[in-house]
Design a protein around this ligand. Structure first.
Ligand code: GBH
Length: 480
């Protein structure tokens, strides 16, 4: 595979050939060995991720129009405690402080999203110049500090004015117009754009489970059509960005596929886990990477399968410059004699988890996300566009937040990320979710994912232990 290198070549690039080949002198002398560094390739891109509605606040500033999440969070009973994103971290006003936090970490990249309704308050039509100007200021501030922006165009906050939301086939078209406009205006200074974040979340969770805006519970046929519209928005968005951006602009998306870890790392279970990964993500990442729906998906959905028009699937499968993977909890698969070749293993109730009840801890999931994606589809470049965890952080009397559990979580996941990099998979960077505690959607402010603590009364940011630890990882370019 191109771009993959042998262990020896990799060791050379990181200048650690000696440590790889021989027995360390300290061991030979019977002394305790220095911790073995787990180095990353030179130029590995370390950063943090956030999203607009979760951090910006300022929902009525400078002509921003309402989004589905404003409406949803203000509907009684929809979010924890009735929390809303009205103020959140107030990053709209405090963005310079937040760029400073990134700078202090030594971050090289920052992934943030754009609030569509700041740019087009009614989803389409006349653009709102002050909304765009905010993102120009933010990007200029990042560049001034040597931090490269990675822009997500849609992280779930849909302009409320778009009738029917993702049920309408007009919404993907409106998205393409928005993407074209933003890429045209920002690609002079931003070189990486992601279309959508986690299609399953703004389709299934929003229109089938009802946990996210707009909170509907529709039947399968409609949900499959909504998924299709989500994918179509991505594909039309890729084409729109390419047509309207400066040359050299890199286009991708951020997806959260279900990632299957082989129950045992043996050839048969690895093969089974890879098959599970392809088939279980058939309505989402697989469709994007292959430009088709798998036979398995179409058979399973039968009469409920999405109605596909003209070139839809070709558009959905538009070639990408990079694939972004948001990786949190593991799934497990084993080989099985049935037609699919795999079976999904059920998690025991004792499976360890972080503060969010869904966030099961399985560090090796980050390795398999990269390996399955690479082995199946050979993408040009990969990023981990999100990884991190919630924890029950508390401030000690001296103000410290010692989130040792988050450090444990991150250290273990990064160890497996390092394995993927060492084996030569085209993994270019890592975005830690998240820079700051923020509005965790339906969980409101009850779940903290930040490496900086935010006091939601004063908006004061405080470094957590995990921020100190992450700074050290970045400085050494090695898991510390
Ligand atoms: C990402 O979603 C999002 O991109 C980001 O905005 C978010 O803040 C972050 O992760 C942390 O959650 O309650 O059992 O029904 C991750 C995908 C989808 C995982 C919703 C949790 C709820 C599972 N999330 N899911 S459950």
């Amino acid at each position: 595979m191109t771009g993959r290198f042998t262990r020896r070549e990799f060791a050379k690039t990181i200048g650690a050939a000696g440590a790889v080949s021989g027995v360390p002198l300290s061991l030979a002398l019977g002394q305790p060995a220095a911790p073995k560094p787990l180095p990353f390739p030179a130029n590995f891109l370390w950063g943090c991720a956030t999203s607009a509605y979760q951090i910006e606040g300022a929902v009525a500033a400078d002509g921003r129009g309402p989004s589905n999440w404003d409406v949803f969070s203000h509907t009684p009973g929809k979010t924890h405690h009735g929390d809303t994103g009205d103020v959140a971290d107030d990053s709209y006003h405090l963005y310079k402080e937040d760029v400073r936090l990134l700078k202090d970490l030594g971050a090289k990249v920052y992934r943030f999203s754009i609030s569509w309704s700041r740019i087009f308050p009614r989803g389409r039509g006349k653009p709102n110049a002050p909304g765009l100007a905010y993102y120009q200021r933010l990007i200029d501030e990042l560049l001034k500090n040597g931090i490269e922006p990675y822009v997500t165009l849609f992280h779930w906050d849909l302009p409320q004015a778009l009738a029917g939301g993702w049920q309408s086939r007009d919404t993907p078209k409106a998205f393409a117009d928005y993407a074209a406009y933003v890429a045209g205006k920002l690609s002079d200074r931003a070189h990486h754009f992601m279309t959508t974040n986690e299609v399953v979340c703004f389709t299934d969770l929003s229109y089938q489970i009802g946990q996210f805006a707009p909170g509907l519970k529709l039947p399968a046929a409609q949900v499959n059509q909504i998924r299709h519209h989500g994918l179509l928005a991505h594909g039309l968005g890729v084409q729109a960005i390419r047509a309207h951006s400066a040359s050299g602009t890199q286009v991708g998306l951020a997806e959260n596929p279900k990632v299957y870890v082989p129950v045992i790392e043996s050839a048969e279970h690895i093969e089974a886990a890879k098959r599970a990964y392809r088939e279980e993500n058939a309505p989402f990442l697989t469709a994007v990477m292959e430009g088709k729906y798998t036979d398995g998906y179409l058979q399973r959905e039968a009469a409920n399968a999405p109605k596909v028009e003209g070139d839809d699937l070709k558009i959905i499968g538009s070639p990408l410059d990079f694939v972004g993977l948001n990786v949190y909890q593991p799934e497990y698969a084993r080989a099985d004699a049935g037609a699919s070749g795999y079976a999904v293993a059920r998690r025991p109730s004792s499976f360890p988890q972080m503060a969010s009840p869904w966030l099961f801890i399985g560090p090796e999931v980050i390795y398999w996300a990269i390996r399955h994606t690479s082995d199946l589809w050979k993408p040009r470049a990969l990023y981990i566009t999100e990884n991190g965890c919630s924890a029950e952080d508390f401030r000690q009397t001296d103000g410290r937040v010692e989130d040792t559990d988050r450090v444990m979580f991150l250290r273990n996941y990064l160890t497996h990320l390092q394995r993927a990099a060492t084996e030569g998979y085209p993994i270019r960077g890592y975005f830690l979710w998240s820079l700051l505690d923020n509005f965790e959607w339906a969980d409101g402010y009850s779940k903290r994912f930040g490496i900086h603590y935010v006091d939601f009364k004063t908006r004061k940011r405080t470094r957590k232990l995990s921020a100190d630890w992450y700074r050290e990882v970045i400085r050494r370019n090695s898991v510390a």
